[in-house]
Design a protein around this ligand. Structure first.
Ligand code: ZN
Length: 305
């Protein structure tokens, strides 16, 4: 049988196998558990290079996981995650990401691949960037589009919905939000706040096209003073929602902000929803002087790149 060659191709191929397996054994379709899938599939399809180790090991705090060859030179592989991570969703996504490296990149990286926390957030990069490919694979394996679209159809976008998606697919709430942002027609953005500053942010394509995104840069950007994210009094695990007038968040438009506090990582996760209609003046500006929108230019991490 001819095997896939692209991240999406691999994800769809494995997703079909798992769906079939779950159906035959009367299991729920989701979540997809990566560990047994990685070991069983690699053993059957790549018997000379099976994944024989899937576990948490001690890694420095900057690292989320890695794909590593067996030290015995026997051709076996391991996919591991940082055992300091306690979130089942983050672990599952990391393992899927490493499985993506195994399927797509092990031949070009015989010494293995170490993946930073930032690498897990790199969802939009030039073609061929291996971290983006691994994330694309993980995203489509764990959250297949047909099912994902079915889950959000007719639903109001809320933190509750994102939490439902994160539970259903066993991924972090951040991964569920990034997935939604990567397919939505809405103008929306995720902003991760830490210690009063924007740690990183990510806009949907329609929001980028209307010129609202943070650029990668060296300087540090504080959270807007009047945002929920900047006011610990409003923080909770369940999240809070507010409709801001123009002038609070980037873009000088009304923004609906939903913010939850992730105490484990001491960060705020904010989902910003902008109006569907772009303000007239911005289109005016664009007509006068067309700007080049570079989708790769939006920042993943302010002050980190
Ligand atoms: Zn990676």
């Amino acid at each position: 049988m001819k095997l896939p060659t692209t991240p999406k191709g691999w994800a769809i191929h494995l997703s079909k196998l798992v769906t079939h397996y779950h159906a035959v054994h009367g299991l729920d379709r989701f979540p997809i558990k990566v560990a047994p899938l990685a070991m069983e599939y690699s053993r059957q399809v790549f018997p000379d290079a099976p994944i024989t180790l899937v576990e948490g090991i001690e890694l420095s705090s900057n690292f989320e996981g890695m794909l590593m060859p067996s030290p015995h030179g026997d051709g076996e592989w391991g996919i591991v995650y940082n055992k300091a991570i306690k979130s089942a969703g983050r672990i599952n996504f990391t393992l899927a990401h490493e499985l993506g490296h195994y399927l797509l990149h092990r031949h070009m990286s015989p010494a293995g691949i170490q993946c930073s926390n930032r690498a897990m957030l790199d969802w939009r990069s030039p073609l061929g960037a291996i971290e983006t490919e691994a994330n694309t694979f993980a995203s489509f394996l764990l959250m297949p589009l047909d099912d994902f679209r079915g889950q959000i159809r007719g639903q109001d976008i809320s933190l509750g919905l994102m939490r439902h998606l994160s539970d259903r697919y066993e991924v972090s709430i951040t991964a569920a939000i990034l997935k939604w942002l990567s397919i939505t027609e809405k103008r929306a953005m995720i902003v991760i706040g830490k210690d009063g500053f924007i740690d990183w942010a990510w806009s949907s394509d329609p929001l980028i096209k209307s010129g609202v995104f943070y650029r990668a840069r060296q300087q540090i950007v504080p959270l807007p003073e009047r945002s929920l994210a900047a006011q610990p009094g409003f923080w909770s695990d369940a999240g809070a929602v507010v409709a801001h007038p123009a002038g609070v968040w980037l873009g000088d438009e009304e923004v609906r902000e939903m913010t939850l506090y992730a105490h484990r990582n001491d960060i705020t996760i904010s989902l910003l929803i902008y109006p569907n209609d772009v303000p007239d003046k911005r289109w005016g500006e664009e007509l006068d002087e067309p700007r080049e929108w570079d989708t790769y230019d939006q920042f993943i991490a302010v002050g980190q790149l």
